[in-house]
Design a binder for this molecule. Structure first.
Ligand SMILES: [Zn+2]
Ligand SMILES: [Zn+2]
Length: 187
């Protein structure tokens, strides 16, 4: 039975390949692909240990990436798919049907994974530790952004000083010394 595109709904999915030896079902309308994690794991195991180096990834051309923000229904079982953030560096979310183990990649999302050197780690993206890490990285960045706004022109220097102290075995002594200035600062 032909499955329809979860995005376009009235278009059927056709057999395609997102890599030479990685089959998927794709939609000619929106360019999205339904990827079976079973097929993905099979493909992953046939790849060398490192699919791409980070350097390769940075050079890869970035095609236009679409991202579906609305909830999608799995083309196979019609259950709602679950959205997973890929990385703190990309707003994109990949939809996964947890019943069928089928992932929906919007147009360009496979290339995006490739570019972020995550093409070999797709199944890790769907784990709680991965999702927690994306969230904590984002929280750290927001906190850093607030500090940057508070400190303004002093931020760069404060950041450098903090990083210098972070790995400094004498950091406590240095801070004790620097802290003396507190008594001289008017409230
Ligand atoms: Zn479509
Ligand atoms: Zn399903």
């Amino acid at each position: 039975m032909a499955s329809n595109c979860p995005h376009c709904k009235d278009r059927s999915l056709n057999h395609s390949r997102i890599e030479a030896d990685l089959p998927a079902l794709s939609c000619d309308g929106c360019g999205g692909s339904l990827l079976s994690l079973l097929a993905y794991r099979h493909w992953r195991e046939s790849q060398p240990a490192q699919v791409h180096t980070d350097a390769d990834a940075a050079d890869a051309p970035l095609t236009e990436v679409k991202d579906t923000s609305i909830a999608l229904c799995c083309p196979k079982c019609q259950h709602f798919m679950t959205k997973f953030r890929v990385s703190a560096d990309a707003r994109n979310q990949i939809d996964l049907c947890v019943h069928c183990d089928e992932a929906w990649l919007d147009r360009g999302e496979w290339q995006l994974l490739d570019r972020l050197a995550l093409a070999g780690k797709l199944t890790q993206v769907f784990t709680q530790p991965w999702q927690n890490r994306v969230r904590s990285t984002e929280a750290e960045r927001r906190a850093e952004q607030r500090w940057s706004e508070r400190l303004g022109e002093h931020y760069e220097r404060a950041l450098q000083t903090r990083e210098w102290l972070r790995d400094n075995p004498d950091a406590r002594e240095i801070l004790a010394y620097v802290n003396q200035v507190r008594d001289d600062i008017p409230l």
